[in-house]
Design a protein around this ligand. Structure first.
Ligand SMILES: C[S@@+](CC[C@H](N)C(=O)[O-])C[C@H]1O[C@@H](n2cnc3c(N)ncnc32)[C@H](O)[C@@H]1O
Length: 284
Protein backbone atom coordinates (compact mmCIF):
# COMPACT_ATOMS: atom_id res chain seq x y z
CA UNK A 1 0.00 0.00 0.00
CA UNK A 2 2.88 2.36 0.81
CA UNK A 3 3.95 2.14 -2.82
CA UNK A 4 0.63 3.52 -4.01
CA UNK A 5 1.80 6.84 -2.63
CA UNK A 6 1.89 9.47 -5.39
CA UNK A 7 5.57 10.27 -4.86
CA UNK A 8 7.05 6.78 -5.22
CA UNK A 9 7.49 4.04 -7.77
CA UNK A 10 4.80 1.40 -7.29
CA UNK A 11 5.92 -2.17 -6.66
CA UNK A 12 4.46 -4.84 -8.89
CA UNK A 13 2.87 -6.45 -5.79
CA UNK A 14 0.91 -3.27 -5.06
CA UNK A 15 -1.19 -3.96 -8.17
CA UNK A 16 -3.05 -6.63 -6.18
CA UNK A 17 -5.06 -4.16 -4.09
CA UNK A 18 -6.85 -2.40 -6.98
CA UNK A 19 -8.61 -5.51 -8.34
CA UNK A 20 -9.76 -6.47 -4.81
CA UNK A 21 -11.00 -2.95 -4.14
CA UNK A 22 -12.90 -2.99 -7.46
CA UNK A 23 -14.41 -6.43 -6.87
CA UNK A 24 -15.54 -5.39 -3.39
CA UNK A 25 -17.22 -2.21 -4.65
CA UNK A 26 -18.58 -3.32 -8.02
CA UNK A 27 -19.78 -6.79 -6.99
CA UNK A 28 -21.98 -5.02 -4.43
CA UNK A 29 -23.34 -2.77 -7.17
CA UNK A 30 -23.76 -5.55 -9.75
CA UNK A 31 -24.13 -8.91 -7.95
CA UNK A 32 -25.82 -10.28 -11.09
CA UNK A 33 -22.38 -10.12 -12.76
CA UNK A 34 -20.28 -11.24 -9.76
CA UNK A 35 -21.39 -12.26 -6.31
CA UNK A 36 -18.17 -11.77 -4.32
CA UNK A 37 -19.08 -11.17 -0.67
CA UNK A 38 -15.66 -12.49 0.31
CA UNK A 39 -13.97 -9.56 -1.49
CA UNK A 40 -15.94 -7.05 0.59
CA UNK A 41 -14.97 -8.66 3.90
CA UNK A 42 -11.34 -8.90 2.76
CA UNK A 43 -11.34 -5.23 1.83
CA UNK A 44 -12.61 -4.43 5.33
CA UNK A 45 -9.68 -6.39 6.76
CA UNK A 46 -7.23 -4.44 4.54
CA UNK A 47 -8.72 -1.19 5.83
CA UNK A 48 -8.32 -2.43 9.43
CA UNK A 49 -4.67 -3.27 8.77
CA UNK A 50 -4.09 0.19 7.27
CA UNK A 51 -6.29 2.60 9.27
CA UNK A 52 -4.32 5.62 7.99
CA UNK A 53 -4.46 4.73 4.29
CA UNK A 54 -7.52 6.76 3.31
CA UNK A 55 -5.40 8.80 0.89
CA UNK A 56 -4.28 5.65 -0.89
CA UNK A 57 -7.83 4.32 -1.16
CA UNK A 58 -8.75 7.71 -2.60
CA UNK A 59 -6.14 7.12 -5.35
CA UNK A 60 -7.93 3.85 -6.17
CA UNK A 61 -11.31 5.57 -6.12
CA UNK A 62 -10.03 8.08 -8.69
CA UNK A 63 -8.15 5.57 -10.84
CA UNK A 64 -10.81 2.87 -10.99
CA UNK A 65 -13.72 4.46 -12.80
CA UNK A 66 -16.94 2.65 -13.74
CA UNK A 67 -15.42 1.12 -16.89
CA UNK A 68 -12.37 -0.26 -15.10
CA UNK A 69 -14.41 -1.36 -12.07
CA UNK A 70 -16.76 -3.30 -14.33
CA UNK A 71 -13.78 -4.72 -16.21
CA UNK A 72 -12.46 -6.25 -12.98
CA UNK A 73 -15.74 -7.99 -12.11
CA UNK A 74 -16.28 -9.07 -15.74
CA UNK A 75 -12.81 -10.63 -15.76
CA UNK A 76 -13.55 -12.45 -12.50
CA UNK A 77 -16.92 -13.65 -13.85
CA UNK A 78 -15.32 -14.82 -17.10
CA UNK A 79 -12.76 -16.85 -15.16
CA UNK A 80 -15.51 -18.27 -12.89
CA UNK A 81 -17.43 -19.39 -15.98
CA UNK A 82 -14.32 -20.94 -17.55
CA UNK A 83 -13.52 -22.81 -14.31
CA UNK A 84 -17.15 -23.97 -14.05
CA UNK A 85 -17.06 -25.34 -17.63
CA UNK A 86 -13.76 -27.13 -16.96
CA UNK A 87 -15.05 -28.71 -13.76
CA UNK A 88 -17.99 -30.28 -15.60
CA UNK A 89 -15.57 -32.62 -17.37
CA UNK A 90 -12.76 -32.51 -14.75
CA UNK A 91 -14.40 -32.33 -11.28
CA UNK A 92 -11.13 -33.34 -9.54
CA UNK A 93 -8.96 -30.89 -11.48
CA UNK A 94 -6.02 -28.88 -10.23
CA UNK A 95 -6.51 -25.16 -10.85
CA UNK A 96 -3.56 -22.77 -10.76
CA UNK A 97 -4.22 -19.05 -10.30
CA UNK A 98 -1.07 -17.30 -11.60
CA UNK A 99 -0.46 -13.81 -10.16
CA UNK A 100 -3.33 -14.39 -7.74
CA UNK A 101 -2.95 -11.22 -5.67
CA UNK A 102 -5.92 -11.08 -3.30
CA UNK A 103 -8.17 -12.96 -5.66
CA UNK A 104 -10.98 -15.08 -4.19
CA UNK A 105 -11.98 -17.23 -7.18
CA UNK A 106 -11.50 -20.44 -5.15
CA UNK A 107 -14.16 -19.36 -2.65
CA UNK A 108 -16.62 -18.69 -5.48
CA UNK A 109 -16.12 -21.82 -7.58
CA UNK A 110 -15.08 -24.56 -5.14
CA UNK A 111 -16.93 -27.82 -5.88
CA UNK A 112 -15.57 -29.58 -2.79
CA UNK A 113 -13.22 -31.76 -4.87
CA UNK A 114 -10.81 -29.60 -6.86
CA UNK A 115 -7.26 -28.69 -5.79
CA UNK A 116 -6.38 -24.98 -5.90
CA UNK A 117 -2.95 -23.33 -6.16
CA UNK A 118 -2.52 -19.56 -5.78
CA UNK A 119 0.85 -18.34 -7.07
CA UNK A 120 2.33 -14.88 -6.56
CA UNK A 121 5.61 -13.17 -5.61
CA UNK A 122 6.80 -13.93 -2.04
CA UNK A 123 5.88 -10.46 -0.65
CA UNK A 124 2.44 -10.69 -2.21
CA UNK A 125 1.87 -14.16 -0.75
CA UNK A 126 3.05 -12.98 2.70
CA UNK A 127 0.40 -10.27 2.58
CA UNK A 128 -2.23 -12.62 1.15
CA UNK A 129 -1.65 -15.18 3.93
CA UNK A 130 -2.30 -12.51 6.57
CA UNK A 131 -5.80 -12.25 5.12
CA UNK A 132 -6.56 -15.62 3.52
CA UNK A 133 -5.08 -18.73 5.17
CA UNK A 134 -4.30 -21.85 3.13
CA UNK A 135 -6.87 -24.62 3.45
CA UNK A 136 -6.94 -28.35 2.84
CA UNK A 137 -7.51 -28.01 -0.91
CA UNK A 138 -6.27 -24.48 -1.49
CA UNK A 139 -2.66 -23.48 -1.00
CA UNK A 140 -0.28 -20.71 -1.96
CA UNK A 141 2.97 -20.89 -3.90
CA UNK A 142 5.29 -17.99 -3.01
CA UNK A 143 7.36 -17.84 -6.18
CA UNK A 144 7.76 -15.73 -9.28
CA UNK A 145 6.15 -17.23 -12.35
CA UNK A 146 9.63 -16.88 -13.88
CA UNK A 147 11.03 -19.36 -11.33
CA UNK A 148 9.84 -22.45 -13.15
CA UNK A 149 10.32 -24.64 -10.07
CA UNK A 150 6.70 -23.65 -9.23
CA UNK A 151 5.69 -26.22 -11.81
CA UNK A 152 6.96 -28.95 -9.43
CA UNK A 153 4.72 -27.57 -6.65
CA UNK A 154 1.55 -28.10 -8.65
CA UNK A 155 -0.17 -31.48 -8.51
CA UNK A 156 -0.48 -32.45 -12.15
CA UNK A 157 -2.26 -35.67 -13.05
CA UNK A 158 -3.31 -35.60 -16.70
CA UNK A 159 -6.42 -37.70 -16.01
CA UNK A 160 -7.66 -35.25 -13.36
CA UNK A 161 -6.95 -32.24 -15.57
CA UNK A 162 -5.17 -28.93 -15.00
CA UNK A 163 -6.47 -25.44 -15.72
CA UNK A 164 -4.21 -22.38 -15.42
CA UNK A 165 -5.61 -18.86 -15.00
CA UNK A 166 -3.68 -15.60 -15.46
CA UNK A 167 -5.73 -12.48 -14.84
CA UNK A 168 -3.97 -9.11 -15.20
CA UNK A 169 -0.55 -10.77 -15.10
CA UNK A 170 1.06 -11.06 -18.54
CA UNK A 171 0.74 -7.32 -19.23
CA UNK A 172 3.73 -6.72 -16.93
CA UNK A 173 6.13 -8.73 -19.12
CA UNK A 174 7.63 -8.33 -22.58
CA UNK A 175 6.30 -10.54 -25.35
CA UNK A 176 9.37 -12.78 -25.46
CA UNK A 177 8.99 -13.53 -21.74
CA UNK A 178 5.28 -14.33 -22.06
CA UNK A 179 6.03 -16.60 -25.02
CA UNK A 180 8.67 -18.42 -22.97
CA UNK A 181 6.38 -18.82 -19.93
CA UNK A 182 3.52 -20.19 -22.04
CA UNK A 183 5.64 -22.55 -24.15
CA UNK A 184 7.28 -23.89 -20.98
CA UNK A 185 3.84 -24.53 -19.42
CA UNK A 186 2.73 -26.17 -22.68
CA UNK A 187 5.58 -28.68 -22.67
CA UNK A 188 5.36 -29.25 -18.91
CA UNK A 189 1.58 -29.72 -18.66
CA UNK A 190 0.41 -31.52 -21.85
CA UNK A 191 -3.36 -31.61 -22.25
CA UNK A 192 -3.84 -28.69 -19.84
CA UNK A 193 -5.58 -25.41 -20.56
CA UNK A 194 -4.76 -21.75 -19.89
CA UNK A 195 -7.13 -18.77 -19.81
CA UNK A 196 -5.68 -15.25 -19.72
CA UNK A 197 -6.58 -11.68 -20.59
CA UNK A 198 -4.53 -9.37 -22.73
CA UNK A 199 -4.73 -5.79 -23.84
CA UNK A 200 -3.70 -4.36 -27.21
CA UNK A 201 -0.80 -1.91 -27.53
CA UNK A 202 -3.40 0.88 -27.78
CA UNK A 203 -5.09 -0.37 -24.60
CA UNK A 204 -1.72 -0.53 -22.82
CA UNK A 205 -0.91 3.04 -23.88
CA UNK A 206 -4.22 4.23 -22.37
CA UNK A 207 -3.55 2.41 -19.06
CA UNK A 208 0.07 3.67 -18.90
CA UNK A 209 -1.05 7.25 -19.59
CA UNK A 210 -3.63 7.03 -16.79
CA UNK A 211 -1.04 5.59 -14.39
CA UNK A 212 1.31 8.52 -15.17
CA UNK A 213 -1.53 11.01 -14.66
CA UNK A 214 -2.11 9.44 -11.26
CA UNK A 215 1.61 9.82 -10.46
CA UNK A 216 2.22 6.03 -10.46
CA UNK A 217 5.31 4.70 -12.24
CA UNK A 218 7.23 1.44 -12.41
CA UNK A 219 4.30 -0.84 -13.30
CA UNK A 220 3.86 -0.12 -17.00
CA UNK A 221 1.85 -2.49 -19.18
CA UNK A 222 4.06 -4.03 -21.89
CA UNK A 223 2.74 -7.27 -23.43
CA UNK A 224 -0.12 -7.19 -25.88
CA UNK A 225 -1.48 -10.22 -27.73
CA UNK A 226 -1.60 -8.55 -31.15
CA UNK A 227 -3.42 -11.43 -32.69
CA UNK A 228 -4.53 -14.84 -31.61
CA UNK A 229 -2.43 -16.40 -34.40
CA UNK A 230 0.67 -14.84 -32.86
CA UNK A 231 0.12 -16.96 -29.71
CA UNK A 232 -0.26 -20.17 -31.74
CA UNK A 233 2.95 -19.33 -33.62
CA UNK A 234 4.98 -19.64 -30.41
CA UNK A 235 4.74 -23.44 -30.36
CA UNK A 236 3.10 -26.37 -32.12
CA UNK A 237 1.87 -27.42 -28.68
CA UNK A 238 -0.40 -24.36 -28.35
CA UNK A 239 -3.93 -24.32 -29.75
CA UNK A 240 -6.41 -21.49 -29.27
CA UNK A 241 -9.76 -23.06 -28.39
CA UNK A 242 -11.65 -19.84 -27.62
CA UNK A 243 -11.08 -16.10 -27.65
CA UNK A 244 -13.37 -13.06 -27.48
CA UNK A 245 -13.25 -9.30 -26.94
CA UNK A 246 -13.25 -8.43 -23.24
CA UNK A 247 -16.79 -7.05 -22.97
CA UNK A 248 -18.46 -9.10 -25.69
CA UNK A 249 -20.12 -11.74 -23.49
CA UNK A 250 -21.71 -9.45 -20.96
CA UNK A 251 -25.13 -7.92 -21.29
CA UNK A 252 -24.81 -4.12 -21.27
CA UNK A 253 -26.92 -2.45 -18.59
CA UNK A 254 -28.78 0.84 -18.97
CA UNK A 255 -27.61 1.57 -15.39
CA UNK A 256 -24.08 2.13 -16.77
CA UNK A 257 -23.05 5.56 -18.00
CA UNK A 258 -23.18 6.36 -21.68
CA UNK A 259 -19.37 6.69 -21.70
CA UNK A 260 -18.89 3.22 -20.19
CA UNK A 261 -21.17 1.59 -22.78
CA UNK A 262 -19.51 3.55 -25.60
CA UNK A 263 -16.01 2.55 -24.43
CA UNK A 264 -17.06 -1.10 -24.20
CA UNK A 265 -18.38 -0.98 -27.77
CA UNK A 266 -15.18 0.74 -28.95
CA UNK A 267 -13.10 -1.85 -27.13
CA UNK A 268 -14.79 -4.64 -29.05
CA UNK A 269 -14.55 -2.74 -32.34
CA UNK A 270 -10.87 -1.82 -31.99
CA UNK A 271 -9.83 -5.01 -30.17
CA UNK A 272 -8.34 -3.21 -27.16
CA UNK A 273 -8.60 -6.15 -24.75
CA UNK A 274 -9.51 -9.79 -25.07
CA UNK A 275 -9.67 -13.16 -23.33
CA UNK A 276 -7.72 -16.06 -24.81
CA UNK A 277 -8.27 -19.72 -23.91
CA UNK A 278 -5.51 -22.14 -24.92
CA UNK A 279 -5.17 -25.90 -24.85
CA UNK A 280 -1.74 -27.52 -24.72
CA UNK A 281 -1.39 -30.44 -27.06
CA UNK A 282 -0.38 -33.87 -25.78
CA UNK A 283 1.76 -34.63 -28.83
CA UNK A 284 4.55 -32.75 -30.63
C1 LIG B 1 -3.06 -6.65 -11.47
S1 LIG B 1 -2.66 -7.79 -10.21
C2 LIG B 1 -3.88 -9.05 -10.52
C3 LIG B 1 -4.14 -9.87 -9.30
C4 LIG B 1 -5.22 -10.94 -9.47
N1 LIG B 1 -5.02 -11.78 -10.62
C5 LIG B 1 -6.59 -10.32 -9.47
O1 LIG B 1 -7.23 -10.28 -10.52
O2 LIG B 1 -7.01 -9.85 -8.41
C6 LIG B 1 -1.15 -8.54 -10.81
C7 LIG B 1 -0.58 -9.59 -9.87
O3 LIG B 1 0.51 -10.23 -10.54
C8 LIG B 1 1.51 -10.45 -9.58
N2 LIG B 1 2.81 -10.62 -10.25
C9 LIG B 1 3.52 -9.68 -10.92
N3 LIG B 1 4.68 -10.20 -11.35
C10 LIG B 1 4.70 -11.51 -10.98
C11 LIG B 1 5.62 -12.57 -11.14
N4 LIG B 1 6.79 -12.40 -11.76
N5 LIG B 1 5.29 -13.78 -10.64
C12 LIG B 1 4.12 -13.97 -9.99
N6 LIG B 1 3.20 -13.01 -9.81
C13 LIG B 1 3.49 -11.78 -10.29
C14 LIG B 1 1.46 -9.21 -8.70
O4 LIG B 1 2.13 -9.41 -7.46
C15 LIG B 1 -0.04 -9.03 -8.56
O5 LIG B 1 -0.56 -9.74 -7.47
Amino acid sequence: LDSLDNETDATIESTMVGPLWARAKYSQLYPEILDDRHASSLMEKVRELYPDADGEFQVLEEFIDELLGLAFIIRARTFDDKVGEFLVTHPNASIVNLGCGLDTTFERVDNGRLLWFDLDLPDAIDFRRRLIPDSERSRCIAKSILDYSWMDDVEFEPDRGLLLLAGGLFAYFEEQTVAEIITTMASRFPGSELVFDSSSSGGNRIVNRRLRKQGVSGIDHEFDAKSVNQVEDWSDLIRVIDWFPFFSRVKRSSKWSWRTRFMMAMNSLLGFAKFIHLQFSVEC
